[in-house]
Design a protein around this ligand. Structure first.
Ligand SMILES: Nc1ncnc2c1ncn2[C@@H]1O[C@H](COP(=O)(O)OP(=O)(O)OP(=O)(O)O)[C@@H](O)[C@H]1O
Ligand SMILES: [Mg+2]
Length: 235
């Protein structure tokens, strides 16, 4: 197993936000976490990336415990988080933002190579590389956020609500890019409120309800499940 969360609980003070969650990510897969506001999706991603310490349970990456490992070390190990809301340095250029993603790398030629790869995947960013990030469209800002993550040369990408606030046409474009990233060898944990999109892109889906996994299964089965459709797909 590439990445495994086992019976994880996570508290904010006395509030238990994650109540015994287990999930598995295999190499080359996309798994998705869907569910309502406050279900605990982002908390799980923050725990995996070392930003929040679980109160109990285990997180394993390539069979090593990582639930006590510092965030920069997690990045170094190959797990990179694209946070909710993108968190760009809005006054900095696209290029400068991308450069920040490689902050652990001192090798100039590797950085240049990484940037070329990002520009190949997101050609619009090559055109806009010297523009202020805050002036780009929402979809382009999402590309900068994903490109910045790729600069750290991850094996696993944690994507938190990449489609949020985007127009339908841009959502399709971001969806294609997520599949392209997977096809290039990345494994992805995708958190989405857009359950339809998430289940269409992913191999396996986990449906969260107030801190727990209510059900999970192959995404195509969840898409075909009338209960899931009624509760989550707006059918
Ligand atoms: N820093 C924090 N301090 C206290 N409570 C928090 C904190 N972050 C999240 N919570 C609470 O933990 C629970 C889970 O939040 P989380 O952000 O993980 O949910 P989510 O599924 O990502 O929701 P959303 O769809 O709104 O992004 C919520 O009840 C939230 O209010
Ligand atoms: Mg969230």
């Amino acid at each position: 197993m590439l990445l495994e969360v086992r019976d994880m609980h996570l508290h904010y003070g006395k509030v238990e936000a994650v109540k015994g969650v287990s999930l598995e990510l295999r190499e080359g897969q996309i798994i998705t976490l869907i569910g309502a506001n406050g279900a605990g999706k982002s908390s799980i991603l923050r725990a995996i990336s070392g930003l929040q310490r679980p109160s109990s349970g285990e997180i394993r990456y390539r069979d090593k415990r990582v639930d006590r490992v510092a965030p920069d070390k997690i990045v170094d190990m190959g797990i990179v988080h694209v946070p909710e809301g993108r968190r760009l340095f809005k006054l900095m250029t696209v290029r400068e933002n991308l450069r920040m993603g490689a902050y652990l790398n001192k090798d100039g030629s590797e950085i240049a190579e990484g940037m070329e790869k990002v520009f190949d995947l997101f050609p619009i960013l090559r055109e806009k590389q010297n523009q202020q990030s805050g002036r780009l469209s929402g979809g382009q800002q999402q590309m900068v956020a994903m490109g910045r993550a790729l600069m750290a040369r991850p094996k696993v990408l944690l994507l938190d609500e990449p489609s949020l606030g985007l127009a339908p046409k841009l959502i399709d474009e971001i969806a294609d890019l997520i599949v392209q990233m997977r096809d290039s060898g990345l494994s992805i944990v995708l958190v989405e409120q857009n359950a339809n999109l998430a289940l269409t892109l992913s191999d396996h889906g986990y449906v969260m309800e107030t801190g727990s996994i209510a059900l999970h299964g192959p995404s195509k089965d969840l898409l075909a499940d009338p209960e899931v459709a009624r509760a989550y797909l707006g059918a």
